[in-house]
Structures are given as C-alpha cells and as structure tokens.
Design a protein around this ligand. Structure first.
Ligand SMILES: *Cc1c(COP(=O)(O)O)cnc(C)c1O
Length: 374
C-alpha cells in the first residue's frame, strides 16, 4: 500500500480537517440567506488579505478564470504591457492579446524584472500593466510596489496575479496602487481548488469593457454581490470550504500567517544552501525569493523521476518539478496554506535521504531547518 500522500506542491494544498468537513456539508440554495451569509463572510474576510477596502467578488473557476475576468472586464485599452519572467506571467500575455494589442516585456524564467524595460513599454503608450507578484514557476517574488509606482506615472491600470501571495505573504493593494488583484482558493488560502477571488478598485471601472465574455463579466459579479449573491449558480461546496479556510486564517491572524510562511520558506532555502544545492531564481536589487514556494536546481547524479518518484512512492510526499523547459532542471517545494514544521522537516529529510542514497554530493543540512524553525 502506498503511504498517505503529503502534498508539498504550490497548490492544491493539504486540507485542514475542518475544511474537509465543510466540503462534505449538505447543499444549501444559492439564493438563500444561508448562502448570502457565507458569501458576505468570504468577501469581507478576503479584503485584509488583499490589503484593500475595495470590492471583492468570487468566481467559480480556477485562478486562471480570475486572471481572464480581470483582463477582459477592464480591457477598454489600446495596448497592454504584459510583464513576464515565468509561466504565469506569460499566461497573462496569452490572455491579453484576445482583448487588446500586447507589448510582452518578457524575461527569462528565473530572471528578475528589469524595471527600465517596464518603463520603456509604458512610455510607448500602454494603458494596462499585468504581472505576477509571486511567480510560482520559478520561486521569485516580483517587486509589486515598484511596478505600480511606474505604472502610476503613466496612469496605467495595474492588474496583479496575487494567486500565490495573497494569504501567505504581504499584499497591500491600496497602498501599492494595484487596481485589480486575483487569488486562487487552492494556494495560500488553504482551501480546495475551484474558486478565484478578484479584488477591484474604483479606478478599474474607467477601463470597463462591456464586450467581456459573458461568464467573466465582473460587473455582473459586483452587481449581484450587493445582495451577497453570485450571478450564476456558484460552486456551493467550495464556498463553504473557503469560509472555513478564511476562519482558520482569521484565528491564526494574518501577520502570524505571513510570518509562518516566511520562516518556513527561509528554512527550506537555508537547508538547500547548507546542503550545497543551488536556488533557481536570479535576483536583482528589487526582487526576492518567494515566501511560499522554493525552486531549487536539480543536482547532478539524480533525475527528476528518481527524486520525485521515490519521494512519492516510498515516503508518500509529493513535490513539484519544473514546468515546460524547466522540467528535470529544477524541483519546487511549496509551503502554502496550513503547513507546519512537521511537514517541512519530513519533506527535507526525505529529499536528503533520497539524494544521499543516490550518491548525490550533498551535505546533511537539517540542522539549518532547526536553526530557523526552532
Ligand atoms: C496556480 C497559479 C495560477 C493558475 O491558477 P489555476 O488555479 O491553475 O488556474 C496562476 N498564477 C499563479 C502565480 C499560480 O501559482
């Protein structure tokens, strides 16, 4: 029998018992007071995580549905600057060309964003900027504050993918000047996959394009949200689970939660460095390592399937590989949601033992994990 699976990937994440229980609830009508209360709770509880006093609506669909709803609904622009340094930044460009001309300011996966290039693109007449705050494919945290600052100089709308930062790292939409921000339920919020929350500030409506795909029209969501309802039948079980996930966040306290994510990611990084492994992202003065996912170069002497396959089959631990051209070149460890020291130690100890057994030249480094986590 295979051991129970421990998910240490950047979403979906392991569910807290209470969330599993909520998922198994009897259905309620989405036009009932009961649902309205659930929806209202979720919208309000999400606001501090986004760092906004603006509107928050929830779409039944994965994070990508939120990305497309955000770009499409506010695409009354001629040109969009899509800044990318990884898979999810590129996804914005794949969405955006359907609605406007795109200037894709594209960097190598793992590279940092060169802010001068962003400025150059805006100088050439873009009215919207899209970027990913925490680029999950490479483990880099992009400089949201600085990008917003440049965008504001040109009065451009800022659409930020906060899918793997909201709920796990600091996001301050209003303070930074992010106009539209998206989060997915299955990442740092610790809920099951299938919901995308979109936070929208007033300015975005100047860019409203009514010829948005029907299901993704954020105006319809905002209008219905006045009555704490969704325009179409929502994924009710997921809303019930999300409410429980947000309650858990409230109980932990946002600051504590962010601090926990930071310490866990730091423990993974310090372990990797001490072991003699190499972190994947190439930082500049504005970027930093992700606090929710760590990307590490695959060392010599072991293949992706040997590492991840053995972890899965022998220890019941799932970590992620690299995506697309990074397949086999990196592996990624997520620490999103309700992860604790126990899962981090188990994961890193298992990786260490698999690598040592394969003869990979690394040094045992769990002492670093205890130094960071106590
Ligand atoms: C997971 C992820 C997405 C995509 O979300 P889906 O829920 O798979 O649609 C988008 N952006 C980032 C940064 C992600 O990590």
């Amino acid at each position: 029998m295979k051991p129970e699976n421990l998910l240490m990937i950047p979403g979906p994440v392991q569910l807290h018992e209470r969330i599993i229980k909520a998922l198994g609830s009897q259905m309620i009508s989405h036009r009932s007071k009961d649902f309205e209360e659930v929806y209202e709770y979720c919208r309000e509880a999400l606001k501090p995580l986004f760092g906004t006093k603006g509107d928050v609506v929830i779409i039944s669909g994965s994070g990508t549905a939120g990305m497309e709803a955000a770009v499409a609904s506010f695409s009354k622009v001629r040109k969009i600057t899509c800044v990318s340094n990884g898979k999810f930044g590129e996804r914005f460009a794949e969405i955006a060309w359907r609605y406007a001309e795109v200037d894709h300011v594209k960097f190598e996966w793992g590279d940092s964003i060169d802010l001068d290039k962003v400025r150059e693109s805006l100088e050439n007449g873009s009215e919207m900027v899209t970027f990913v705050h925490n680029e999950t494919s490479t483990g880099i945290l992009n400089p949201a504050r600085e990008i917003c600052k440049i965008a504001k100089e040109y009065d451009a709308l800022v659409v930020m993918d906060g899918i793997t930062s909201v709920g796990g790292d600091e996001v301050r939409m209003d303070e930074w000047g992010v106009d539209v921000c998206i989060v997915g339920s299955q990442k740092c919020l610790g809920a099951p996959p299938g919901l995308a929350a979109v936070a929208i500030n007033e300015k975005a409506w100047e860019f409203y394009n009514e010829r948005v795909p029907y299901y993704l029209d954020l105006k319809a969501y905002v209008k219905k949200a006045e009555k704490n309802q969704t325009p179409y039948t929502p994924a009710v079980p997921l809303f019930l689970a999300l409410k429980e996930a947000l309650k858990i966040i409230e109980e932990e306290g946002l600051e504590n939660r962010i601090e926990r994510h930071r310490r866990l990611a730091k423990a993974v990084r310090e372990w990797a460095i001490e072991a003699g492994l190499e972190l994947f992202p190439r930082l500049n003065e504005y970027s930093s390592y992700s606090n929710t996912v760590t990307a590490i170069k695959m060392p010599k002497g072991i293949t992706d399937s040997e590492l991840r396959g053995t972890l899965r089959n022998e220890f019941g631990i799932t970590i992620s590989g690299g995506q697309e051209h990074l397949k086999g070149k990196i592996f990624r460890i997520g620490n999103m949601g309700n992860v604790s020291k126990r899962e981090i130690v188990a994961t890193l100890a298992a990786i260490e033992s698999v690598m040592l057994r394969k003869g990979v030249e690394i040094k045992p480094a769990l002492n670093k994990v205890y130094e960071v986590l106590g």
